[in-house]
Write a protein that binds this ligand. Structure first.
Ligand code: SF4
Length: 174
């Protein structure tokens, strides 16, 4: 179980490296800044990510308060109270992300990003591809594999959490 949590942290660090690289590549087109909360919302995560965050937040001695009225309850003064340990999806906010769109007849990959980014006319000329985007299908598949491995290794001690968990429930465990 601890081994799976370690692998989750490795995946998180790997995503952070890719995110840093994308910020460098697209620096002139990214408007993301501290206290922009446009991408924040109350989330659900797999138990492996949930309990890794519980461990990390506990170890850091952070006692977040949950604001029911906020876009995400962990926002306080438009800052994330669990920023260092926020879920992987939060780390990718705003950047060009590749998803599989399977709503039409033919599934196809599409690139999405915050509409506040890539607004300059020259951004229209950017060709998005594997070198300047983050493949969220790959990241989500890695998370799904870790989820399965976590449950197979016993999951959270003494608990029967199998499905996605609201991040708001962190408060119960801190
Ligand atoms: S956990 Fe933090 S970064 Fe993620 S949605 Fe909530 S406030 Fe935003």
């Amino acid at each position: 179980m601890d081994e799976v949590i370690c692998k989750y942290r490795q995946l998180r660090a790997d995503v952070d490296r890719q995110v840093d690289s994308l910020y460098a590549i697209h620096a002139q087109h990214i408007r993301c800044r501290q206290q922009c909360t446009d991408c924040c919302m109350n989330l659900t995560v797999w138990p492996v990510e949930f309990f890794a965050i519980v461990e990390d937040v506990r170890a850091a001695g952070i006692r977040p308060v949950f604001d029911e009225a906020a876009l995400c309850g962990f926002l306080k003064d438009d800052l994330c109270q669990i920023y260092s340990f926020r879920p992987i999806i939060c780390r990718t906010h705003g950047l060009p992300l590749v998803y599989l769109d399977d709503r039409g007849d033919e599934p196809r990959h599409c690139v999405i990003f915050c509409q506040k980014n890539f607004t300059a006319p020259e951004a229209d000329a950017i060709e998005f591809g594997p070198d300047n985007t983050l493949d969220m299908e790959e990241a989500n598949q890695s998370l799904a594999r870790l989820h399965t491995a976590y449950l197979e290794s016993g999951g959270p001690a003494g608990r029967d959490e199998q499905g996605r968990m609201a991040l708001s429930r962190l408060i119960e465990f801190l």
